[in-house]
Design a protein around this ligand. Structure first.
Ligand code: GLP
Length: 251
């Protein structure tokens, strides 16, 4: 696992933006896995800015979002489908038909999860998966206890995740308690994984994922099974890491 620590969240986001731009420059038909949440907003803003300046071509890429709430339509203000359109897809030359997000309004979420897993395989798998990290070390919506070989499926969200994400729902809006998420096993099959975590509220999740025991209690710890994972942090998110991390890994 490669660890990159930058002074600020802005610098960490810039580093991740460069990784993504390099990926699509080297392989224009890349299949990207994408996250939502507050953390990647600065990455998407930078990608939009760079595209407006003429940098980055998305015409041949395919995207798969890691998760979506069950019960929200494509147009719901809190849906990840809408988040992706507003924060990235509508601003770059990606083909809408090649952007994939689990359908949170599907009448049979289990069948939808199976369809989504099959679609990822049919596209030849994901070249680069960008992930955030939940405060309880969840990846996608794989909450503590998720099996490391789990596949795309319907999951129940924990109290701590519901509380952390309540900020993204307007007052009075119904917050879903379930989601469809790529499984940890699905994520581990991606050829390359990049995790972005910033801010002091992620320090514990980062330390338990990177320095802790590999266990189903800590979804992020599953990433140590993967041969090509890079974790990009700001100093605040890295502050609980042990001195066991070799300094040369800190860029
Ligand atoms: C959310 C998303 C995850 C995201 C994580 C961190 O619940 N489902 O995909 O990576 O939690 O979110 P944030 O960046 O807002 O802290």
């Amino acid at each position: 696992m490669k660890i990159i620590i930058k002074d600020t969240a802005a610098e960490a986001s810039a580093a991740v933006t460069e990784i993504l731009l390099q990926q699509i420059a080297e392989k224009p038909a890349s299949v990207l896995g994408l996250p939502t949440g507050g953390t990647p907003l600065a990455v998407y803003a930078r990608l939009r800015e760079e595209f407006a300046k003429g940098r980055g071509s998305y015409g041949s890429i395919t995207t798969f979002n890691v998760d979506e709430y069950i019960g929200l339509s494509l147009h719901d203000p809190a849906s990840y489908a809408r988040y992706m359109r507003e924060n990235l897809f509508e601003h770059v030359n990606v083909k809408a038909s090649r952007t994939n997000i689990p359908d949170g309004s599907a009448s049979d979420p289990d069948a939808e999860a199976k369809r989504y897993e099959g679609l990822i395989a049919a596209c030849g798998g994901i070249d680069l998966m960008l992930l955030g990290l939940g405060r309880n070390a969840h990846i996608g919506f794989n909450e503590p206890g998720s099996l490391h070989h789990s596949r795309t499926r319907r999951v129940a969200l924990t109290e701590s995740t519901l509380e952390a994400n309540s900020a993204y729902f307007a007052s009075g809006a119904v917050q879903p308690t379930h989601a469809i998420t790529m499984g940890i096993g699905t994520i581990l099959q991606c050829r390359r994984i990049v995790v972005l975590a910033t801010g002091p509220e992620k320090a514990e999740a980062v330390a338990s994922s990177v320095d802790g025991v590999v266990s189903e209690a800590v979804p992020g710890s599953a990433l140590s099974h993967h041969p090509d994972t890079t974790i990009v942090l700001d100093k605040a998110a890295a502050r609980n890491l042990g001195i066991a991390q070799p300094m040369e890994l800190r860029a």
